[in-house]
Each structure stands twice: as C-alpha cells, then as structure tokens.
Design a protein around this ligand. Sequence first.
Ligand code: ZN
Length: 283
Amino acid sequence: MRIFDPHIHMTSRTTDDYTRMAAAGVRAVVEPAFWLGQPRTNPGSFTDYFDSLIGWEPYRAAQFGIVHHATIALNPKEANDPRCRPVLDLLPRYLDKDRVVAVGEIGYDSMTPEEDDAFERQLALAVEHDLPALVHTPHRDKARGTRRTLEVVAASGIAPERVAVDHLNEVTVGLVRDSGCWMGFSIYPETKMSPPRMVQILKQYGLDRMLVNSAADWGVSDPLLTLETGTAMLAAGFTDDDVDRVLWRNPVEFYGQSGRLDLTPAVTGEPTFAGSSIKRGGS
Ligand SMILES: [Zn+2]
C-alpha cells in the first residue's frame, strides 16, 4: 500500500513517527500551516514557522524517504488576533515557493467577522497565485459552518475542484459533494471520524474527490490511521486499486493542480534555508 497523507502536522511529531510512517508505506505528506497551540504574538513568529515548513521539515522527512510539501496560510483561529493579522500581507512571498502546493488551512473556527475577512482574502490569494485551497471546517456547529464555508467559496470565484473542504463527517459530506469541492476526512483515534465510519462513507458516496488524512498534530492523533483506513477498506471488499486511488492517486490529483507537486524521493542533502546554513546534530 502506498500512502500520501494530504494533511498532517509533522512539526508536532517525532522521528519515531517518521520511522513508523515510512514502514507503513507513507511516501508523501502535505503539511498545512496551522495553530501551534501556544498563541503567536507577531508576524515574525509565523514567518519563522513557514520557513520551517518549506525548509527544515522537508529535509527531516527526506531522511525517512518521505516527500514533504506544505500549504501556507493564516489559520482561522489566529485570524481573530490583531497581532497576527499582518501576516496576511506577507503570504504572497510564500505562495510563490516551489514546495507550497495550496493556500491553507483557511476557513472558520468560531465564524467571526475577522475570520470572514481572512477567509475571503486568502481565497482571493489562491485565485491570484493559481493555487488550490485547503479549507478547515469548524469542530463546533459543523453543519452551519460547512454551509457558510461553501457559500464563501462559491462567492470567491475559485473553481470548486480546486478546493478541499476538510474535517467532514456523515452530516457534512453530502453538502460538500454537491458543491463540486473535494471532500477531506480526518481520521482520529478518539473523536471525529474512525476507519469503520470512513469505510461506510466511501461505500455510500464513492471514491471520487475523496481525501483521507490523519491530521496528526500535537493532540491525541495517530499518523497511521490512513493505513488503518486502507486496511479497513480491503476488509470491507474494496480492491487494492480502490485503496490506491483514495490513499495515493486522489491526493496526487488534488495537489497536482498546483503544478508544483514533485514526488521524486528527495536527496537528503543540506536543507535549503533562505539566507544562512544551520549547524545540525549537536546540542
Ligand atoms: Zn490541520
């Protein structure tokens, strides 16, 4: 089984995770820029993080034979903080980088006017930079949040097939399917989607425009739940080709729309940093 995890926050994970992922067949990941838990207080804190997502983390992934790309954005939660919002003006320089394959995660957390504004501005940036968009849906009031999300996406003028709406469940999948957007599902150990529930959704809604991710981060999560979903698909009668489509070809097709997806296993040379080289390995 070859696996492309289209949404995982490797910054929060250890080398043990990379080892287990490589052994499980994970060969490619996309790491969306997100909320780090600790609130950021200035735009420089974001740019250091973005630099890490396009410099250090691809280098770290390559040590394990995993190809790493990123999506860049001001996340919905921090869009509410006036100290963070100026980072919106700094995004264009990152959206031009080779390893950036979408604008994201954008969308709603608490559905405030500030989030409206940041979401609309960043969808406009996706159109301007000819990039797909990765859209987070709120964990509370999910149906209303997803409906509102789809209205804003439609009004932005971005083509729906260039948008993935993520963290869906049984309640929201139908809305997103009808919109023409891609459907993202985060499989979690305790909350939200589980592998058996995901298999049921695939049976009911088919494999078109379906993306399955672990969304593993600093919370309780598991980077191998993509593998577990593939295994559950096979046990339920899906073929190897079906699994390959969901866990590999679909994410390749979605992020391939950026024109920047390069799945050649990376050469594990020096990481590419803007400006300086960094001494590694000692502490
Ligand atoms: Zn995420």
